[in-house]
Design a protein around this ligand. Structure first.
Ligand code: G3P
Length: 339
């Protein structure tokens, strides 16, 4: 499998270089985007949509090749290759917080009440504040931000009360904001890649995990964990990233096409978010799963745990310290009500 990834990457690089050297009249300029999610999921749908919009806006000057489902390697590998300029673009989430901690704040626990609230913040000043200094530091530019969905618990047993989540062994992504939030909730967070979850559930190493509903159905998680509790504690926000040097080297008109295509595909994803969740709920219940709401007490408990977890970004002693964290939190809160 690893060999296949390397081969695909070499092909992507060789064909890409050839097309960049060609004049537009001879052939379109190939733009390669790597992502982690399978076909049909919001991240991959957004990448394809970006390609369609860019091809249309540029009248065929650019052609976009989408490599979903970690075809060009896991996210760390393809993020590194986008930074090096081996591929031009990628889609990912808060994995970029290892390059600059503020990027982790995209998925600050208990920050957004609804998709509408998050949409206003992510197309407004909160987006700019999170991105401050990122292109210079990382060599990557975040072109947009779009939702994969609110994270909800999937568990083998019902999660009704606060006591039910204390000590629960839940898989968490190996990202500080996630491990920290689990600790504040009293959950026993077990960091591991998403791909290892089914085996860990079979072996009884974990009692469940949390994911957007779109991931829960894509991986048929309801077959192993029948109980879905809509805790909506973290909104997973992914984005299209572009190599900054490549972006700055584009003619002004072309750069405007990239910006517009990124904006259009993100807007479509925000507009579809509720329908994606509704479809997932139908799918889960059709397969015998049960979709529940947390009790008001549990919700309030998680709100308070979320607020305590923000200390990760606010504490100057923390390795995840974000100098403008308070400004980011205040900005996000200011978008709570429609203006
Ligand atoms: O932004 C990163 C986050 O989406 C990772 O979640 O569950 O896909 O590993 P997961």
């Amino acid at each position: 499998m690893k060999r296949l990834h390397v081969l695909l990457l070499i092909c992507a690089f060789v064909f890409g270089m050839a097309s960049l050297n060609a004049t537009p009249a001879e052939s379109a300029i190939l733009i390669k985007i790597a992502g982690m999610k399978p076909e049909g999921e919001p991240e991959t749908v957004a990448m394809h949509s970006f390609g369609k919009h860019l091809e249309r806006l540029s009248n065929g000057k650019y052609k976009v090749q989408v490599f979903p489902n970690s075809m060009l390697g896991k996210e760390d590998a393809y993020i590194a290759n986008t930074r090096k300029g081996i591929i031009q673009m990628c889609a990912t989430g808060t994995q970029t917080s290892s390059l600059q901690p503020s990027m982790g704040m995209l998925e600050t626990p208990m920050l957004f009440d609804s998709y509408e609230h998050a949409h206003r913040a992510m197309t407004g000043k909160t987006f700019e504040l999170i991105n401050k200094g990122f292109p210079e530091k990382s060599g990557l530019r975040m072109l947009n931000a779009f939702p994969l969905g609110f994270r909800n618990f999937y568990t083998k047993h019902e999660v009704k009360s606060i006591d039910d989540i204390k000590g629960l062994r839940m898989r968490v992504p190996n990202i500080p904001l996630y491990t920290n939030f689990a600790r504040e909730c009293g959950i026993s967070g077990q960091p591991m890649p998403f791909a290892e979850v089914p085996a860990a559930l079979d072996q009884g190493v974990i009692d469940g995990g949390d994911s957007p509903l779109s991931d829960i159905i894509a991986d048929k998680m309801y077959e192993k964990c029948h109980i879905i509790t809509q805790t909506r504690h973290i909104l997973v926000i992914h984005a299209l990233y572009i190599n900054e040097k490549f972006y700055q080297g584009l003619p002004d008109q072309d750069r405007a096409w990239f910006d517009e295509a990124a904006k259009l595909c993100a807007e479509e994803t925000w507009a579809n978010a509720i329908a994606v969740d509704e479809h997932a709920i139908k799918e889960i219940t059709a397969h015998g799963g049960s979709v529940n709401e947390p009790s008001p007490e549990l919700h309030q408990y998680m709100v308070e745990a979320g607020k305590r977890s923000w200390q990760l970004f606010l504490d100057p002693e923390s390795s995840n310290y974000v100098p403008n964290a308070q400004e980011i939190l205040d900005s996000a809160a200011s978008y709570r009500d429609a203006k």
